[in-house]
Unconditional design. Structure first.
Ligand code: NAP
Length: 247
């Protein structure tokens, strides 16, 4: 029996990077997966990859920051799948810049996607989770939400907010059999980090005790653990997966 046999998972930001890695890891573990992304072609491609692993998949193009779109998507997902067991709030963006030059638009885009998006998606499934008296909520935060970072005030605020949100949801829903945890990745090699310059990467590497950058697989494994039956007693936690960068 696979750890997620016949479970149904919703993964936001599943079109690329960490979200794609989690969607495929969950499929390997026996789950059917709803792949949500902004770009239809990306979510459709990953849904095909999930089907290639022998599981059912649905692809949706949704902007997680759009309340009407998320609410409609939540209803459609529940109608199409019948139930949802696992929600991974992974969709996220950066709009880096020093505070003095940070526009309100860049602040809002990051907060709306990374924090509001997780709130809206969680709200879309929370009643169903409470009714079925089970559910796993996994929010992809960041070590930046724990330690802050010059040039990322918006991103750090969104991820610190996501951690506070996770703990509150864990307290509200624990009695209903629902767990909520956050993963705080360090530096993971994806499109998001590919834009950073080589000097910065060299500097970062010096601060990572294991001496290498993280891979999507590293985060996917952590998500699989938090979704699996063995993590039933783990809630309200932040699992840092960063090669020891923050300790
Ligand atoms: P990525 O490669 O840039 O992929 C981001 C994914 O999120 C894409 O599928 C994108 O959709 C989707 N997305 C972005 N905005 C969205 C929106 N408004 N609505 C729906 N989907 C949206 O990023 P990543 O590196 O995999 O990061 C995934 C998560 O991990 C993020 O929350 C990020 O903050 C977090 N994280 C990453 C790192 C790292 O080092 N990479 C470290 C710590 C935390 P499209 O494909 O349609 O564009």
């Amino acid at each position: 029996m696979k750890p997620l046999e016949n479970q149904i998972a919703v993964v936001t930001g599943a079109g690329r990077g960490i979200g794609r890695g989690i969607a495929l890891k969950f499929a390997e573990a026996g789950a059917d997966v709803v792949c949500v992304s902004r770009t239809e072609a990306n979510s459709a491609k990953v849904a095909d990859e999930v089907r290639g692993l022998g599981r059912k998949a649905w692809a949706l193009a949704v902007d997680v920051a759009d309340p009407a779109a998320v609410s409609a998507a939540g209803e459609k997902i529940l109608a199409d799948t019948g139930r949802v067991d696992i929600l991974v709030n992974n969709a996220g963006v950066t709009r880096d810049g020093l505070l003095m030059r940070m526009s309100e638009e860049d602040w809002d885009t990051v907060l709306d996607t990374n924090l509001r998006g997780a709130f809206l998606f969680t709200k879309a499934f929370v009643r169903a989770f409470a009714r079925q008296r089970s559910g796993r909520i996994i929010n992809i935060a960041s070590v930046i939400g724990l330690m802050g970072n010059a040039g990322q005030a918006n991103y750090a605020a969104s991820k610190a907010g996501l951690i506070g949100f996770t703990k509150s949801v864990a307290k509200e829903l624990g009695m209903r059999g629902v767990t909520a945890n956050a993963i705080a990745p360090g530096f993971v090699e994806t499109d998001m980090t590919a834009v950073l310059n080589d000097d910065l990467k060299k500097e970062l590497l010096k601060r990572i005790p294991v001496g290498s950058f993280g891979q999507v697989e590293d985060i996917a494994h952590a998500a699989l653990f938090l979704a699996s039956p063995g993590a039933r007693y783990v809630t309200g936690q932040v699992l840092t997966v960063d090669g020891g960068m923050v300790m």
